[in-house]
Design a protein around this ligand. Structure first.
Ligand SMILES: [Zn+2]
Length: 69
């Protein structure tokens, strides 16, 4: 079995450099750092290269109350 060192899927930094948050996706554990977690929340489509299928994930929208201009 391949043993991989947990590292942020976006920037590749491991837990020696930055705290990592484990995310479970498609029965697989992925890791992301706090700096890039907001991308997963707000711009999941930017992570499609790392997590195939994320284009179907609806971003969390903090601007629900800002639709009136
Ligand atoms: Zn990162």
């Amino acid at each position: 079995m391949e043993q991989t060192i947990p590292a942020c899927l976006y920037c590749g930094r491991n837990s020696d450099a930055i705290p990592l948050i484990a995310i479970q996706y498609r029965s697989d554990t992925q890791w992301i750092c706090p700096q890039h977690l907001p991308i997963l929340i707000h711009k999941p489509e930017q992570l499609v290269a790392f997590l195939p299928g994320l284009e179907n994930v609806t971003p969390a929208d903090h601007n629900d109350h800002d639709h009136h201009q």
